[in-house]
Every structure is written in C-alpha cells, then in structure tokens.
Design a protein around this ligand. Structure first.
Ligand code: NAD
Length: 343
C-alpha cells in the first residue's frame, strides 16, 4: 500500500479494545511503530483486554501505555515525546445501555478524553487524526440508509450524544488549527476477540449454556453487522485519504467541511440484517437451538441501522467482503477455541 506519511509512527488509543487490537495488528504488520494507549477499564473482562495486548507486545515495534486519556498532560507528554504522525482515537466508554446507568464515565472518557487529545494534537499536529464515532449519532432518523450528510441532531442515548459532541468539538479544532481530521461512524462491529457486552457474544454464551436469550423488540430490529477485518481495512484505507483545507473535487454527497480539513465517513457493511438472521446464523454455527425470550425494545436502542457507504467507496474503493454467515462462523470458531463449548 502506498503511504502518504512522512514517517510511520502511529498512536492508537483504545489499543487493548476490540477494534484497537485488530487495527494495531494491521499497522504493526505494515511495520508502523505503534504506541498503544489504553487504561484497561473494567467495563468488561479485563483479562480479555490483557490477552489482546499480550499478542501486540509480541511485536518489537509495539509499545503500550496504561493511562486514562482524560488525565491532564498525559496525552500532551506522549505527543511531545513521540510526535505521532497518524493518530487513531478509539478509546471510549462504549455501549448504549450502560450510558443510562453511568453517564459520568461517558462524559469523562468520551468528551473530556477527546478534548485532551485535540489539545495535544493542536500543540503537536499529526498528519492525520482519525476519531471513532458511531452509527448511533443518527438517532431518531428514519430515513435509511444513513448518509454522512443527513441531519444528526436527535440522539436518543447519552452514549450517542457524547459521540456527536466529540464530532462537533473536533470540527472546531480542525477549522481553527487546520488539523486534518476524519471522523468515522462504525456500525455494529463483530468478529474474533469481540466485546462481551455485545449481542453476538452474549447470545453465543447463553445458547451454549442452554439459557434464554433476550430478543429485543421481538426480533424486529435490523443491524448493519460489520465484520472486523473489513472494518480495519476500511480504517487503513481512509487513513491515507487525508482531508485538505481547500475544497477537493470529490463525490457529490461528500461530508467534507467547507471551512476545515474535516470529513465524516460511514464504515459499515451496508447490508442490514434482521436480528432473527443473526440468531439463525449462530444456531447453525453452534449446532444448538436458541431458547428465545421475546422482549420489548430497550431504551436508547434504534430499530434499524444501515450505512450508506458510497462516500467511503468513492474515496477509497472500499468494499466489505464478509457476509453475516461467514463472519458468524469465524466468530464462533474463535469463541469455541477461547472459551470452549461449556461456560
Ligand atoms: N464495536 C462497535 O460495534 C462500535 C460501533 C460504533 C462505534 N464504536 C466505537 O469504536 C471505538 C472502539 O470500540 P471497541 O468496540 O473496540 O470498544 P472497546 O471497549 O473494546 O475498546 C475501547 C478501549 O478503550 C479503553 N478506554 C476506555 N476509556 C478509556 C480512557 N478514559 N482512557 C484510556 N483508555 C480507555 C478501554 O479500556 C477499551 O480497551 C469506540 O470509540 C466505540 O465507541 C464501536
């Protein structure tokens, strides 16, 4: 892959997380020097984070730092010492439901943490800063597929509100300090080394132990499930598409700001699947029938997510390759290796 970077030094926040781990591996294989920053928060199984990190530490071009990003001066000092030219910001308090219970952790990690990152980037500008946002910022929008240029003013969870807030704050920094920033909005990412708080993991665990699974909104929900390898390939491709201040001749519905080197892109599979299809794929892969408990919609959840990925495709040629059945098989194979059939 042609690189547009002067040197290959990357800072990845949230490096022991699900997406961070996979992205770090890809960068390390491309011989980037990677600094991984993660506080190993206890939101879910810390051992899983440590296992991911231990695999990254096998690369000699990897270094890990365990700190909270919102701690004043931490990021400033890392930027000053390392001067990363690619920064991928994935550290966040994730999860829609938990944001009802513990909103302060979202305020601190997502808003204050991103503010600290932007302040450090202002002092020691990377060539490109990429920041993770979420499909949940489309909130109460009913027009699908979601396009980056759609209005995103009506979030319905605190998690989504913090993600939208960071998008707005980032635009200001990009505008005033000419910082090249790409925001990516992810759509229900899954795969090996995935998150225990997400449905695919929880369903698998419950099905194997013969427990009931809660099927929200009676199964009448759709998600644009995105396989992890497709997602990190997408991140890598867009990392080379550094937004410019001047208006670029580009795709008709580009989200590129007219006053800043700033763009928002969706990275999804663009094939929404019914929750029911996920359960069928899991039953097939596990060769066990699920016991379903149909329950109403959860507060903060949306009925459907569906990424319009034409902007991403026009900028990078991105095409997701993994369909739900194949991706679920790979997830299940990993789960069985990691946790065995009985839990
Ligand atoms: N996985 C998805 O489906 C999905 C969908 C949309 C958006 N996202 C976004 O993508 C990013 C990565 O998500 P993920 O699925 O890998 O989640 P994850 O929880 O597995 O990873 C996040 C990592 O950040 C770390 N972290 C949290 N708060 C921190 C802090 N204050 N300081 C330092 N480290 C901190 C955690 O310990 C964790 O390892 C997040 O920003 C998330 O909001 C994920």
């Amino acid at each position: 892959m042609i690189s547009f970077y002067k040197k290959k030094v990357a800072l990845v926040t949230g490096s022991a997380g699900f997406i961070g781990y996979h992205l770090c591996r890809l960068l390390l294989e491309e011989k980037w020097h990677v600094i991984g920053l993660d506080c190993l928060s206890n939101y879910y199984d810390v051992n899983l984070k440590k296992r991911r990190e231990s695999m990254l530490l096998e690369y000699e071009n990897y270094r890990s730092i365990h700190k909270e990003i919102q701690t004043p001066n931490i990021l400033h000092d890392i930027f000053e010492a390392e001067k990363p030219n690619l920064v991928v910001h994935l550290a966040a308090q994730a999860g829609v439901r938990y944001s009802i219970e513990n909103p302060r952790s979202y305020l601190e990690s997502n808003i204050v943490g991103t503010f600290e990152l932007l302040e450090a980037s202002k002092r020691f500008p990377p060539q490109h800063l990429l920041i993770a946002s979420s499909s949940s910022v489309y909130g109460a929008n009913t027009s699908i597929p979601y396009k980056e240029i759609d209005k995103t003013d009506n979030q319905i969870s605190f998690y989504a509100s913090t993600k939208k807030t960071t998008e707005n704050i980032a635009h200001y920094y990009s505008h005033l300090f000419e910082l090249p920033i790409t925001i990516f909005r992810f759509f229900t990412v899954y795969g090996p080394w995935g998150r225990p708080d997400m449905a695919m993991f929880g369903f698998t665990k419950a099905i194997l132990s013969g427990e009931k699974i809660d099927v929200f909104n009676h199964g009448n929900m759709k998600r644009d499930f995105t396989y992890i390898d497709d997602l990190v390939q997408g991140i890598r491709l867009i990392a080379d598409k550094i937004p410019l201040l001047e208006n670029e001749a580009c795709y008709r519905e580009d989200s590129k700001s007219s006053v800043a080197p700033f763009r928002v892109v969706n990275i999804g599979n663009s094939k929404p699947e019914k929750l029911e299809n996920l359960i069928i794929a899991l039953e097939d892969a596990l060769k066990v029938k699920a016991i379903k408990n149909f329950v109403p919609m959860q507060p903060g959840d949306v009925y459907a997510t569906w990424a319009d990925i034409s902007l991403m495709e026009s900028l990078t040629g991105f095409k997701p390759r993994t369909n739900l059945n194949e991706g679920v098989k790979k997830f299940v194979a990993w789960y069985l290796r990691e946790y065995g059939g009985n839990n």
